[in-house]
Design a protein around this ligand. Structure first.
Ligand code: SF4
Ligand code: SF4
Length: 369
């Protein structure tokens, strides 16, 4: 089927967005829309994941539970009660430049770039009201990204291509920054903001959105991003640096089967070289976090995922070097700590056993003149 690239056409209904006209951000907007497209190549796992956020929750943000935030209008197809043209109305209005308030564009799923694939198209959303043909996901992005105050790629698929972009895939899909350009800037001067994860850790995403909403409201400085466009405070440390099991690694005490509380590196954990805060943050409301609860880290937040980390569940090649180098140290330290631990588990010698418990207290007799 030849690629069909119709242009978004006027909606059946007008968006309910308030004035002023146009999409331009006002100095301090009273309203901000979140236009969330999940029509990349994805499983909708990021939309589902974000429903578990608590710091802050979706409800906190859309019900104005956070002081200083503008009123937020969330348009997510998994969460919306509207369907069809009623749901699409704000997207069509924004594409025409008539939404009437600033918007943040959230893109979920890798980008099926038909410009590099002549065979056909892979994903679309809504239909052209004249031709009744699907509107390509890429066309929506082309129409909506330039007018957005910020564009967020949610999940590893949207950020870097993810599973769908692995070697041998037929779609030619890619991450959003690969599609728009790593030098691309939004209407407010921001690059694409990547919040990777497969799926995204819910609070990581909601925290990033909240930061951007405060930035749009003029209450936060430019969001700090690393060279892969990730928020630095979320992705600056490795899994290993926050892992509950790192003490076992340091003592060269490794699990050889699942169910063990020990370090999982020999079972295929990539934590020492992966940027992710999940073991520290947990998954839902502080609970969980892959290695913490017995699962290897398979590097799902990383731009090189999945190809560079396969086959999953094999010991990472580089870990054998660090394990071999650390083994003598680990064994000696573990033995010495065992002695100290055993000693520390006994009460001190001066607490004598016998028919009278003594504490070492020496009564001093004072004489007064
Ligand atoms: S389980 Fe993984 S992240 Fe945790 S200590 Fe071992 S190698 Fe590091
Ligand atoms: S710990 Fe590893 S597998 Fe788990 S979310 Fe982070 S990067 Fe992904």
């Amino acid at each position: 089927m030849p690629p069909k690239q119709p242009t978004p056409t006027p909606p059946a209904r007008e968006a309910t967005a308030p004035p002023p006209a146009g999409n331009s951000p006002t100095a301090v907007p009273t309203d901000v829309h979140i236009l969330w497209i999940n029509a990349g190549l994805s499983c909708d796992g990021d939309s589902v994941s974000v429903t578990a956020a608590t710091l802050p929750s979706i409800e906190d943000v859309v019900l104005q539970g956070l002081p200083g935030l503008p009123k937020v209008h969330m348009h997510n197809p998994v969460l919306a009660t509207e369907v069809g043209e009623e749901f699409l109305a704000p997207f069509r209005a924004a594409a025409r430049g008539e939404l009437g308030a600033p918007y943040v564009l959230v893109v979920e799923g890798s980008i099926p770039n038909e410009k590099v694939k002549a065979e056909g198209y892979w994903a679309g959303w809504g239909e052209d009201l004249e031709t009744r043909q699907p509107i390509l996901t890429c066309d929506w992005i082309d129409q909506l990204a330039p007018g957005a105050v910020a564009v967020i790629a949610i999940g590893t698929c949207a950020a870097y291509g993810g599973i769908h972009a692995m070697a041998g895939n037929p779609t030619g899909c890619m991450g959003l920054a690969d599609y728009l350009g790593w030098e691309w800037r939004s209407a407010a001067g921001l690059p694409v903001i990547n919040v990777p994860g497969c799926p995204v850790q819910p609070d990581n995403f909601m925290e990033t959105v909240t930061y951007l909403l405060y930035q749009v409201a003029g209450m936060a400085p430019m969001i700090p991003l690393d060279s892969m466009l990730r928020p630095t405070w979320l992705f600056g440390k490795t899994v290993h640096e926050g892992c509950d099991r790192a003490g076992y690694y340091e003592q060269s005490d490794f699990a050889s089967e699942y169910g063990s509380p020990k370090c999982l590196v020999r079972l295929g954990c990539w934590g020492p070289v992966v940027n992710c805060n999940v073991p520290k943050r947990g998954w839902m409301d502080g609970v969980g976090g892959c290695p913490n609860v017995g699962g290897i880290c398979m590097a799902c937040t990383m731009p090189g995922f999945p190809d560079k980390f396969m086959p999953f569940m094999d010991e990472p090649p580089g870990s054998s070097v660090s394990i071999a180098m650390g083994a003598p140290y680990g064994r000696i330290i573990r033995t010495l700590r065992g002695f100290t631990n055993a000693s520390g588990n006994r009460e001190t010698k001066w607490r004598h056993r016998g028919d009278r418990l003594t504490t070492g207290y020496q009564e001093t007799v004072t004489t007064s003149n």
